[in-house]
Design a protein around this ligand. Structure first.
Ligand code: GCB
Length: 581
């Protein structure tokens, strides 16, 4: 799916700004800002704990001058499910809160006001991705099973939209809404696969178009505007002599433009010439081993919630540079498309993750019997369709921390079919992973079948809490197991909460000193092994999550506080990442 582009033949009308809003049980409309989650824009507790439908409304007009153009209404994401009505007619229902969808409104009368109404469902349950917790059991802490009064309370909590994951269930129109136009004969989609042949780059391309048929031109344009290759065919293979490759930061992430003209249409797509492959214990980018350095992230900020904020995204990229990081994982859902555009430009590598988090009930229930496989696969296809051409995307993550321990065969069947689908659907055939949680790894049949083993481990925090010497030996003991699996391994999460400004002479849990000592301890073990392909401390910044006895004002495992003030750990990591490769 192509990102909306404004150029000499395509127009983009932004529908971002102030809309009208109401909770479904209200009669009156209030004002709301789009794009942003609704949860933090109001003052009532209801906005935080709400479970159900909300409605967004605004009017729009397509100017007369656009008459005769194709008009597409595009939502970059609506969390979680949406129904789009125009002038009272249901135009589209969409499932899934983190990927774009479009409504063709080409026939709409130009020059008159139309009413756009979006009904948004923020409910999560066992059939949404991410997974909601339908039992009323607390995600954090113990709910004392068997105590009648507690059981009574839990039964009343059922269906109250509790997440089965550790981030706040921010919902609403979280990303931009636009109408974009194209001529009637238009460029539908583009797929690019690049390779390197000595000093030259090879670009294999495939462009699909719709319409009457007519002149077609595919050109590759350099950053200096020179045309370095071209063809009149919709599909083919071009050679760029003396190519400038796209390289991870701090090297040059050179971007070419694929300029496509078809009949009256024009589309310009930025891309990089780079390769990604697995060889032995290494992930190779442009043939050289790449060591992933960079924390897992979230889309999260105090007022917008999960709403896109390009200013914050840019600041985060600059903070990643400051940390000497070179990559991050889009934990635990696909991010806004503008983030990937920034990463393309800045040479930051991305592990692109599906919103499949919470497929884990601690063995109490089999998550693979819920029947989510088809839906999961359709999200995978949508993700690849959206992100397939980004040079920054170097790996797909099918999901985070599913149960692979209690139902090992079912887990394998479920994840392996997604693994195969990812390889089949991605024209660039990138490596595929699934992020494994702290469980009995000896029972896990799935993680070791991924191209890269990604494990989240909290030795010294959730287990063996506070005892770093013992935590080190536990991690070492486990890494001996993975060494024999003989694949590249990324420690995709490890971390300790640090309350910003909390200090202690003797480093104890929750102090900034402990967070530093914890990271040093775990890194000292990673440094012993040559099959480690990366380290991704959890998390880039403190973030909001559901309240609970283990969370004092959110999750504090950030290297930065939520407002992006560095903690002591940020300075430590910055020094380490200057040299670690
Ligand atoms: C994890 C999860 C992440 C949590 C983190 C934590 O394993 O993948 O979503 O936020 O642990 O801090 O507990």
């Amino acid at each position: 799916m192509l990102y909306p582009e404004e150029n000499k033949v395509r127009t983009v009308l932004s529908l971002d700004g102030i809309w009208e809003f109401r909770f479904a049980d209200e009669d009156t409309w209030r004002q709301i800002y789009v794009p942003a989650s609704f949860n933090n824009q109001f003052t009532e507790p209801k906005a935080r704990s709400y479970c159900g439908i909300v409605e967004y409304r605004r009017s729009f007009v397509v100017p007369f001058c656009l008459k005769g153009q194709r008009c597409i209404l595009r939502f970059d994401s609506v969390t979680h499910n949406a129904e789009v009505h125009v002038d009272g007619n249901l135009m589209k229902s969409h499932r899934g809160g983190f990927l774009p969808f479009e409504v063709d409104v080409s026939g709409i009368e130009c020059g008159v006001n139309h009413v756009l109404l979006v009904r948004v469902d923020n409910r999560i349950n066992n059939h949404t991705l991410p997974i909601g917790n339908e039992t009323g059991t607390a995600f954090f802490g113990s709910d004392n099973p068997g105590i009648p009064s507690v059981e009574h309370g839990k039964s009343r909590l059922q269906g109250s939209n509790l997440p089965n994951f550790d981030f706040f269930n921010y919902a609403g129109i979280n990303r931009s809404v636009r109408i974009y136009t194209t001529p009637q004969s238009f460029i539908e989609d583009v797929s690019l696969v690049t390779s390197i042949d000595g000093d030259d780059g090879i670009v294999k391309y495939d462009v699909s178009t719709s319409g009457c048929g007519g002149p077609f031109l595919f050109e590759v344009v350099g950053e200096d505007c020179s045309i370095v290759a071209s063809s009149k065919n919709h599909k083919g293979c071009l050679r760029i002599k003396g190519v400038r490759t796209w390289n991870p930061w701090p090297w040059e992430p050179y971007l070419y433009t694929a300029r496509i003209t078809y009949c009256d249409d024009l589309y310009e797509l930025r891309f990089g010439v780079r390769t990604v492959e697995i060889s032995g214990h290494s992930v190779l980018v442009n043939g050289r081993p790449f060591y992933f350095k960079g924390p897992g992230k979230h889309e999260d900020s105090p007022i917008r919630g999960r709403g896109v904020d390009q200013c914050l995204s840019l600041k985060d990229i600059n903070l990643l540079h400051w940390l000497n990081a070179n990559s991050f994982r889009t934990s635990h859902y696909p991010y806004d498309e503008t983030m990937y555009q920034l990463c393309d430009r800045e040479g930051i590598l991305v592990v692109d993750e599906l919103p499949a988090v919470g497929l884990n009930f601690g063995g109490a229930k089999n998550p693979y019997k819920l029947g989510n496989g088809e839906y999961h696969r359709s999200l995978l296809e949508e993700l690849i369709a959206r992100d397939k051409n980004h040079p920054c995307v170097v790996m797909w993550s099918l999901g985070n921390e599913p149960d692979t321990e209690h139902f090992p065969e079912d887990a394998y069947d479920y994840w392996h079919s997604l693994y195969l689908a990812a390889h089949e659907k991605d024209p660039q055939n990138r490596p595929v992973t699934m992020v494994c949680c702290q469980n009995d790894y000896t029972k896990d049949l799935t993680t070791k079948t991924m191209d890269v083993v990604c494990i989240n481990r909290y030795y010294g925090w959730y287990n063996l809490a506070g005892n770093l010497e013992i935590a080190k030996s536990a991690l070492e003991e486990e890494l001996e197991f993975w060494r024999r699996v003989d694949k590249p391994l990324i420690l995709s999460e490890y971390g300790a909460d640090a309350i910003p400004g909390m200090h202690s002479i003797v480093p104890e849990m929750f102090s900034e000193e402990f967070q530093v000592e914890y990271l040093k301890a775990m890194n000292s073990i990673l440094d012993k092994y040559d099959f480690i392909a990366g380290e991704q401390p959890w998390n880039f910044a403190d973030f909001d999550t559901q309240q609970g006895p283990m969370r004092a004002g959110g999750n504090h495992k950030g290297l930065f506080s939520r407002d992006r003030t560095p903690k002591m750990a940020a300075y430590y990591v910055r020094e380490r990442w200057k040299t670690v490769m």
